[in-house]
Design a binder for this molecule. Sequence first.
Ligand SMILES: O=C(O)CCC(=O)C(=O)O
Length: 280
Amino acid sequence: MPLSLSQDQIDLYNRDGYLFPIRAVSPEKASETRKRLERIEAEMGGRFTGIYRSKFYLRYRWAYELATTPAILDVVEDLIGPDILLYHNTTWFKNGGDQGYVTWHQDITYFGHEPPDVLSVWIALTPATEESGCMQVLPGTRHEGPLPLTTPDLNDRNMLPSGQLVDFDINSVEPVSMPLKPGEASIHHACTIHGSLPNMSDDRRMGITFCYHAPGLKQRGERRTSALLVRGEDRFGRFDAELPPEADETPATITRHEAAVALYRGKEEELGKKTVSRFD
Ligand SMILES: O=C(O)CCC(=O)C(=O)O
C-alpha cells in the first residue's frame, strides 16, 4: 500500500517522469525557510553560491530537517522504495525581472547513477508560476535514458554552471509547466528533460531541491561519492556514509560538508563537467 500517493500518481510518475503539485511543507514553513536563506545570503554579501549551494543539508540542521520531512520521504518511498539515500541538494533563485534561465537538461548527466533512478523534489519557497519562470518538463523523456550533450550554453544567464544542453529534438515533445504555491513540490526523474525561463514577475522565484535514490544504485566512473541514509537501511555500501549535522555550521559539520562537496565535484569532473566552479 502506498504511504501517500495514489496509484494514479505513481503510474503518472512512472510513465511521464514528473509529478506535481505535492504538498511538501506548510506555506509558513516555506516562508520561514525563505527568510533563513535570505539571512544567509545577506551574510554572504548577497549571493548564496559555490560550495555552500551544494549538499548543504550536511551543513545546516534546518536543511537536514527539511530534507527528512516525513511527508516528503513518504512520497519518495512510494516512488523508489523504503530504503532512501539523499545524494544532493541545491537552491534555484531567480530575482524578479531576472533574465536567468535553465537550459534543457537531465540531472543524471553529472550524477552518473546506474540505473538512473534518482529523483529530485523541487520545493517552492515562493510562488513558482509561468510568469516567474517555473520549471518545465518534457513528459516521457525519462524513458530516453541518459542522453549525450550538445554544445554547452555558457551564457552568464544560464544558471547551470556546466551550461549543459541535452542533444534532443526539443520540439518533438510539448513541454509541461509545473506551477507551484509556496510549500508545494514537484518531482522529476533524473532522466526527465527539464529547464526554465526567466522570471518576468516582481517577486523572487525561490526553490530548493533534494535528490534521493535507493542504496543499490551504482555510479559510472571510478571515484566514490557520499550520500546520507534518511530512511530504511543501506545493505550495499556503495556510497560513503554521510552524517547528519547536529547543529548549524559547527566545525565538524563544516568539515564534513566540505569533504562531501569535494567528492561530489570530483565525480562531476570525472563525468566530464569542465566548469564545476563557474559561479563560485
Ligand atoms: O529551478 C529551475 O528553474 C531549474 C531546476 C532544475 O533544473 C532542477 O531542479 O534540476
